[in-house]
Design a protein around this ligand. Sequence first.
Ligand code: HGY
Ligand code: MN
Ligand code: MN
Length: 426
Amino acid sequence: SRVGQMSSASFDAMWAALEPVGRVAGGGYRRFAWTAEDATLREWFAGECARRGLDLVTDRVGNQWAWWWDGPGTVDDAVRAGRRGVVVGSHLDSVPDGGAYDGPLGVVSSLAAVDALREAGVTPQVPLAVVNFVDEEGARFGIACAGSRVLTGELSAERALALTDADGTTYAEALRAAGRDPAALGPDPQTLARVGSFVELHVEQGRALVDLGAAVAVASDIWPHGRWRFEFPGEANHAGTTRLEDRRDAMLGYADLVLGARHVATQRGCVATVGKVRVVPGAVNAIPSEVTGWLDARGPQEEQVVGLVEELTDRAGEMGATVTRESWTPTTLFDAGLSDRLRAVLGRQDEVSVPVLGTGAGHDAGILATAGIPSAMLFVRNPTGVSHSPAEHAEREDCHAGVAALTACVTDLVTQAGATREEHPR
Ligand code: HGY
Ligand code: MN
Ligand code: MN
């Protein structure tokens, strides 16, 4: 259709503009919160919103919300009149050497969906926003979905400001360097009050859609998952002159954790990895005085994950380790009414039954859902099934199919005006 062709062309143009930002040798991306790359991405987003006449509002956390509301009155007037907004979007930051699609696919598709609505002559009956959530991956400061967690109050400003990156730069210092006032950081209920429903389109981080032969799915839930910091003590000494019986080698405890995580996860039907380690002093010929490993553990049921972490914590404790939970996300169920509505819209559009998929990946949509905002997700087929890697991929025609699917869903939500919270009492 003309609308589809136009929004696909718009997608392609935006995608081309984003591709080089933060890309490193090997094809991966390094787009970390409150860095120069992040600033470039935020400016790009602001420019795209300005070109569309969207009213860009940055909340207390730094999340960017671009509103389309032709009135009457302001967005807040509409909210007071019981017409909370429909919000789409995602994040633009990445994990180190991450893929191009995790996050940006949702943001670009959302802007292209706005173009499609305009092209189709749709006038939203409720405010519509595209959001760019800051610091979703937690790659620099260690807590995933930090932007939406601070927004909803799940992560305190005080704790966030004290987080440090690998260079010891605090979140507060990074905000200041990015031109933001750390004192402004905090939960933002006024921003949240504008959101009647949130739909996040995201590249699938698995192979289900490939195996199902479908381009788009609706999400059902997010597995419970968390991050734990294991600090193993040791005694610095010479790697060559210290007798084995005199060594207190912190690396041994770490090695035990790494192998134990895989073993216990297998036993308990979970998934776990220790993807990040810090060694002090980190010299080849020095016995480590301290090794810190970060465990990421997830699973279908909370008790499985809790049991795994307890077992690993007990074992590490015997080796003198200190274990700290850095983040925890309980089982997240997306809004059934909203998800069913999306499935119905897509089913009508494509005359196929739309797959429903759970995921082990955390998302801002999960944080908003946990905060009581009706949220849902659309997944777009990833032929490699790989994510958090340069191998992450989505075929261009599937990206366009995602835009068409999001456009159909948003059209339904902003014209039937049934998407507000009043219809989804908690
Ligand atoms: O870690 C996650 O699940 C997400 O990619 N932040
Ligand atoms: Mn991710
Ligand atoms: Mn993501």
